[in-house]
Design a protein around this ligand. Structure first.
Ligand code: 5GP
Length: 181
């Protein structure tokens, strides 16, 4: 734990639980989109582990694209200001878009993204998020698929970072102070 010196991690969601949930979500998406192609749009960088595991559980024609959004900078607090740091590589007009996100917290990032994507006239847009923190929600966002609903704690691992580190942990963890327990 290079930069979390005085802290340690508590496992909130294990790798096995994530794996099982990806299988369930993939089966549900396969059923819901039967007979159609799905265009997965991943929000970098937090989505990478989830999107790659989820995509392999979807038994349909799947295409994949990514975009980059930034709302937090290096801080744990949302700035409320969302910025697109990189755009999609292909048009989404007439495609069934499924946005794949790591976590929805205030919802401001997803609201910005959905407003943006809708202007590009996709056939449909839906949202699949690995994690959802309902306590912090500040705007209405439609979420069709939720991996896990979690309490209002800062989580890392399985794509989620703390100052760009810990994305490679195979589980979702919560940072705790040693003194707090
Ligand atoms: P929102 O706009 O919904 O507040 O935040 C969405 C983005 O904030 C996520 O894509 C993620 O990058 C970041 N975020 C929100 N909560 C957490 C958290 O608990 N841990 C980490 N690592 N990032 C978070």
């Amino acid at each position: 734990m290079t930069i979390l010196k005085e802290k340690r991690l508590r496992v909130l969601i294990s790798a096995e639980e994530i794996d099982a949930r990806c299988k369930e979500l993939g089966a549900q998406i396969t059923k819901d989109y039967a007979g159609q192609s799905v265009h997965l749009v991943g929000v970098l960088k937090g989505c990478v582990m989830f999107l790659s595991d989820l995509a392999r559980q979807i038994d349909l024609d799947v295409s994949i694209d990514f975009l980059g959004l930034s709302s937090y900078g290096a801080s744990q607090q949302t700035s409320g200001v969302v910025r697109m740091t990189s755009d999609l590589s292909v048009p989404i007009k007439d495609r069934h878009v499924l946005v794949v996100e790591d976590i929805i917290d205030t919802g401001l990032t997803m609201k910005y993204l959905l407003d943006n994507l809708r202007t590009r006239l996709p056939a449909s847009v839906a949202v699949c998020t690995l994690l959802y923190k309902p306590e912090n929600l500040r705007t209405e966002v439609p979420i069709e698929y939720i991996g896990f609903t979690i309490p209002n704690e800062f989580v890392i691992g399985y794509g989620l970072d703390y100052a760009e580190l810990y994305r490679n942990l195979p589980y979702i963890g919560v940072v705790v102070d040693n003194e707090a327990e």
